[in-house]
Write a protein that binds this ligand. Structure first.
Ligand SMILES: Nc1ncnc2c1ncn2[C@@H]1O[C@H](COP(=O)(O)OP(=O)(O)OP(=O)(O)O)[C@@H](O)[C@H]1O
Ligand SMILES: Nc1nc2c(c(=O)[nH]1)N=C(CO)CN2
Ligand SMILES: [Mg+2]
Length: 210
């Protein structure tokens, strides 16, 4: 599978641990009792907005789309503005507010082992991982929360994908990226690498220059 070898390369490049990625996946799998994957079929033929947590997030006043997918920390801003995402794509390190009716596409990885229990606050959970999927876990592809949202919209047949606050070239991480940030934060080496990877994935998925 294309994504399996992609994740191996990323682990090597960013020094992530396979054993921890696997352990995290096994914890998430144990917490999933029902398969809600069918809910993603709602995406087919729709205009989908993917909302990232870049610095431009705070200038968004409204979103015109049939379906809103928020990437992790962006959810906190949207909900405070009264915009409830239909789908949240998260690796659990940004999100603090858990709208009841949203569908959560959760990634287990080696650096969120201590956050997996957060899924207990969610009803409609779809578990994903970056090792060979097992049990109830799925693999749709993509890497960061934002580009995984784009890939999801694409593979479930979105007619159009609109990007909001996907500020890949910014020198700042948006303040909604992590609950403990109170301003935008100058970008770190690892976040720059992650955003480069994300940008390439989105460019390829949408077949457009960004
Ligand atoms: N400048 C930016 N700062 C933060 N997020 C951005 C930016 N530009 C685009 N994004 C997108 O917004 C998504 C949500 O942000 P968030 O920081 O919560 O993501 P993440 O994937 O969990 O990253 P991290 O590994 O740092 O926890 C990112 O995954 C990324 O795809
Ligand atoms: N092990 C590990 N995997 C990841 C990580 C991370 O920090 N550690 N971050 C991601 C997207 O931001 C996606 N996958
Ligand atoms: Mg995150």
């Amino acid at each position: 599978m294309k994504w399996i070898s992609f994740y191996s390369k990323i682990r090597e490049w960013l020094r992530f641990s396979y054993a921890k990625d696997y352990y995290s996946a096994s914890l998430l799998n144990q917490l999933i009792v029902e398969d809600y994957t069918y809910l993603l079929e709602e995406i087919k033929g729709k205009e989908v907005a993917v909302v990232g947590a870049g610095p431009s997030l705070t200038s968004i006043k409204e979103i015109n789309a049939d379906i809103i997918i928020s990437a992790d920390g962006a959810t906190n801003y949207l909900v405070k503005k009264g915009i409830i995402p239909d789908i949240v794509v998260t690796d659990l390190d940004g999100i603090e507010i858990f709208p009841e009716k949203s569908v959560y596409v959760v990634l287990a990885h080696g650096d969120n082992i201590d956050k997996i229990q957060k899924v207990k606050k969610m009803k409609y959970i779809i578990g994903t991982c970056q090792v060979m999927p097992f049990g109830r876990l799925k693999m749709f592809g993509g890497f960061t929360d934002g580009d995984r949202a784009v890939i999801l919209a694409k593979i479930y047949g979105a007619e159009k994908i609109l990007l909001y606050a996907m500020d890949f070239d910014s020198n700042y991480i948006g303040k909604f990226s992590k609950p403990w940030y109170d301003t935008d934060v100058p970008i770190s080496w690892i976040k720059r690498e992650k955003l480069k990877i994300a940008k390439n994935i989105v460019k390829e998925a949408l077949q457009q220059s960004l």
